[in-house]
Design a binder for this molecule. Structure first.
Ligand code: GRF
Length: 221
């Protein structure tokens, strides 16, 4: 993978609606010299995010995981595709595939994910319902570097939302989504500006280790 230059080539991996992809597209349009969304890859041919990308004239590709014998073969194709497209930073935006250790290690420090919970709480699926079932007062999202541990890499940024007494899974998902659309482009901007990096298994912002993840209400410049 190449070193970021002034306009890094970003690859976005999706499986579904792509509302986060849309937020990134909209942000990129406003800051067109910052980064280029050079490729959108989906493992599902019917992902609506592909339409969003096509509407923005972004190259797309479908790599259907059902056509591969195992995760290694699928990830090998993914890696080859990303490298051929000279992608420098990978953004997982609702990409519903568990990636192999080899793939995550290959792109270590060059791949981020957005997860709808305040990690380390609620790795995996159904995070909104689990927060409601636990009687939590707060929920949110985490943006983190991807490491071999599922939803376990160093967290870069979190945003917190309040859980109201009458909250439902749908309303909570919607609240978290709104914050996702604000925060994910911001973190990509940090990378594009050279402010965000990964070293010694830790996330760094402005040459300082992020010992505590940045929390939206306390940061943002
Ligand atoms: C988001 O909630 C994100 O946190 C999770 O997958 C969902 C993707 O939504 N990883 P969308 O496809 O971007 O609308």
């Amino acid at each position: 993978m190449q070193k970021p230059h002034s306009t890094p080539r970003i690859g976005v991996l999706i499986s579904g609606s792509g509302s986060n992809l849309q937020a990134i597209i909209d942000h990129q349009k406003l800051h067109s010299n910052l980064y280029e969304i050079a490729l959108v890859i989906s493992n599902k041919a019917d992902a609506f995010g592909l339409v969003r990308a096509e509407n923005a004239n972004i190259p797309t590709m479908v790599i259907d995981h059902t056509q591969y014998n195992d995760r290694e073969a699928f990830d090998a194709k993914l890696q080859q595709t990303l490298e051929e497209a000279k992608i420098e930073f990978i953004v997982l935006a609702g990409f519903m595939r568990i990636l192999t250790r080899g793939f995550t290690q290959h792109f270590l420090g060059k791949m981020i994910n957005i997860h709808p919970s305040l990690l380390p709480k609620y790795t995996g699926l159904h995070t909104h319902q689990r927060a409601l079932d636990a009687g939590d007062k707060e929920h949110g999202l985490s943006i983190h570097f991807v490491t071999p541990e599922l939803d376990g890499g160093p967290v870069i940024l979190q945003a917190v939302v309040k859980i109201d007494p009458n909250e439902t899974e749908t309303s909570l998902r919607e609240k978290v989504h709104q914050q996702e659309h604000i925060t994910y482009p911001l973190v990509i901007e940090w990378f594009a500006l050279g402010r965000l990096s990964f070293k010694d298994n830790q996330a760094w912002l402005d040459q300082k280790i992020l010992k505590q993840p940045q929390v939206l209400s306390k940061t943002i410049s």
